[in-house]
Design a protein around this ligand. Structure first.
Ligand SMILES: [Zn+2]
Length: 451
């Protein structure tokens, strides 16, 4: 029997603790008190198990077992994104139904966090003395920009090897760079477009957009016929203030914009085709001719790709136009070999030529871990001994804590290909068997890291 199988002995306890953790509504974009409560809960459990526990600020902490010079770590987060609508179960109650475990955070990332803690316990209960310090590092602000790890590593030494079970299997050795920009003008200078609004978060393709247009009834009729033939769904209401247009597309994560249908970009396209860009204002004009409905940055002159990490993606995440506001937020995921300064400069030049300002809101440099890095062979062996086959090495446009590990750590699990986990969506869940498979792989990896 592989050592990793021993995690199954803790099945009941893991589910018990996980249900208590999921019941804490630690939505980091809404409530700092609850995220800290989730952190305190898991650190409290670690203390009860007899581990050395340390809290860093109000957003991070760790449980530690073993001694030695080196630190090997698992990083997991206890904050979650909002539940949203459309669940078939109660989002904050861990529910097992039809062979699946459901609940907000069961996959991302409370389930893996509890499992990681129990891996440490299984090591201790078996009397194994690790050759290095094994840490489970917990964060409570992963979903809002990962400042939690900035705080943590400002006080704590960086691990020599680490993984974060916060993505897919196999091993993610490459994460694209992420740049989020705000493009704005001092005031809205459109003549017929009075309002425009779309989207919430910059890292999502907006599913809904809205525009208020000052036009005549005959223009209105022409627009309706025109929109009918275009991608997306459009509703029109003629009011005293003008024509209101609601556009419906399809949401997707900004790292895979092609999977969505950008309601904002398509609506602007339709308006520009009908009325011309000049009457929509400089911001919409820029959006239409420099971005359009593309997701690869071609018109902006920043399209690029490499074998290691794939192609650059661009997402128009949010547009706000009104009396006192005129801004758009875009999210760019660039390949590891691309030059981020050059990308930024190109966008800046192009926007400034239209009289617009560009502000860099957030920049996370890419991650690229060498395939001969020790953590890769450890995780590969752990996976193979439980699953019988070697894991694939892959690349993602998503972002995980691995970025905070100076190329000495990677994302690894917990989701298996083909198991639709619906993270950040309604009905987040995981196949129960897969959940325990992940637990076994995780313990196996911790065991090898301790040797
Ligand atoms: Zn996560």
């Amino acid at each position: 029997m592989e050592f990793g199988n021993r995690i199954i002995e803790y099945k009941e306890d893991i589910l018990h603790d996980l249900s208590e953790l999921i019941a804490i509504r630690s939505v980091s974009c809404e409530d700092k008190t609850e995220t800290e409560r989730a952190l305190d809960y898991i650190l409290g459990r670690a203390k009860e198990m007899g581990f050395a526990v340390k809290k860093t600020g109000r957003v991070a902490g760790h449980a530690e077992y073993g001694s030695g010079e080196e630190i090997a770590a698992i990083l997991a987060h206890v904050d979650v994104v909002p539940a949203g609508d459309g669940w078939g179960t109660e989002p904050f109650i861990l529910t097992e139904k039809d062979g699946r475990l459901y609940g907000r955070g069961v996959v991302d990332d409370k389930g893996p966090a509890i499992i990681a803690l129990y891996c440490l316990k299984a090591l201790k209960d078996s009397g194994i003395m690790p050759k290095r310090k094994i840490r489970v590092i917990f964060g409570a602000a992963e979903e809002i920009g990962m400042n939690d790890m900035e705080t943590y590593f400002s006080e704590e030494e960086a691990p020599t090897m680490a993984f974060t079970p916060d993505s897919d299997y196999g091993i993610c050795v490459c994460e694209k760079g992420i740049m989020q920009l705000e493009i704005s003008s001092a005031m809205h200078d459109g003549t017929i477009l009075t309002e425009f609004q779309s989207g919430g978060a910059v890292n999502a393709v907006p599913a809904k957009a809205y525009a208020l247009v000052d036009c005549t009834e005959s223009e209105d009729n022409r627009l309706r016929r025109f929109a009918d033939a275009k991608p997306g769904e459009y509703d029109f209401i003629y009011t005293m203030d003008g024509l209101i247009i609601f556009a419906k597309g399809r949401a997707a994560h900004a790292s895979v914009p092609k999977q969505g249908l950008n309601s904002a970009a398509h609506l602007i396209r339709i308006l520009a085709d009908n009325f011309g860009e000049s009457v929509l204002g400089s911001l919409c004009g820029f959006i239409d001719n420099a971005i359009g409905t593309e997701t690869d940055g071609a018109s902006m002159g920043i399209a690029c790709s490499d074998n290691e990490s794939g192609a650059l993606t661009l997402n128009l995440g949010r547009v706000d136009i009104g009396e006192n506001i005129s801004r758009a937020l875009i999210d760019i995921r660039y390949p590891v070999s691309a030059d981020s300064d050059m990308i930024f400069d190109k966008i800046k030049k192009r926007a400034e030529a239209e009289g617009l300002r560009v502000k860099l809101m957030n920049h996370e440099p890419p991650l690229s871990v060498d395939s001969d890095c020790p953590i890769i062979s450890i995780l590969s062996d752990a996976y193979e001994s439980i699953m019988g086959v070697k894991p694939e090495l892959y690349s993602t446009g998503g972002g995980t804590y691995a970025r905070t590990l100076s190329n000495r750590g990677v994302a690894f699990g917990p989701a298996f290909p083909g198991d639709e986990t619906r993270i950040h969506d309604a009905d987040e869940g995981i196949n129960t068997e897969n959940f325990w498979k992940h637990a076994q792989i995780c313990l196996q990896a911790v065991k090898i890291m301790s040797e």
